[in-house]
Design a protein around this ligand. Structure first.
Ligand SMILES: [Zn+2]
Ligand SMILES: [Zn+2]
Ligand SMILES: [Zn+2]
Ligand SMILES: [Zn+2]
Length: 110
């Protein structure tokens, strides 16, 4: 069976269409942006998520400038992801979440 490939939205590398992670750039949403709270597909021109209503603009903790809810700050390139503190989970999570989207546990403040 043929494996269909599609370019990663972030780095342009062709990867399997069912991939949940780009093996080249490490992006967790290789085919478009996703809401960091509910994982619904979002577009950059939206200001709030149509699924959960969260704001899609955050203030970057590194440079204090507003940026889109991507994995990295659009302005300074700092990572906006943290790892879930649950040792059995450890999934990357958006930095402003209070609960892990993978295991449902509270994410501890660093
Ligand atoms: Zn990529
Ligand atoms: Zn959402
Ligand atoms: Zn920044
Ligand atoms: Zn977790």
């Amino acid at each position: 069976m043929a494996t269909y490939k599609q370019p990663c939205f972030h780095c342009g590398e062709f990867i399997g269409r069912d991939a949940h992670l780009c093996p080249v750039c490490g992006s967790r949403s290789p085919f478009g942006y996703r809401c960091p709270s509910c994982m619904k597909s979002i577009e950059k021109r939206q200001t709030v998520c149509s699924g959960c209503g969260r704001s899609l603009t955050v203030v970057c903790p590194a440079c204090q400038q507003p940026t889109f809810v991507d994995e990295r700050c659009e302005r300074c390139g700092a990572s906006l992801m943290i790892h879930c503190a649950n040792p059995r989970c450890g999934e990357p999570q958006f930095f402003d979440l209070t609960k892990c989207t993978a295991c449902g546990k509270k994410i501890k403040e660093p």
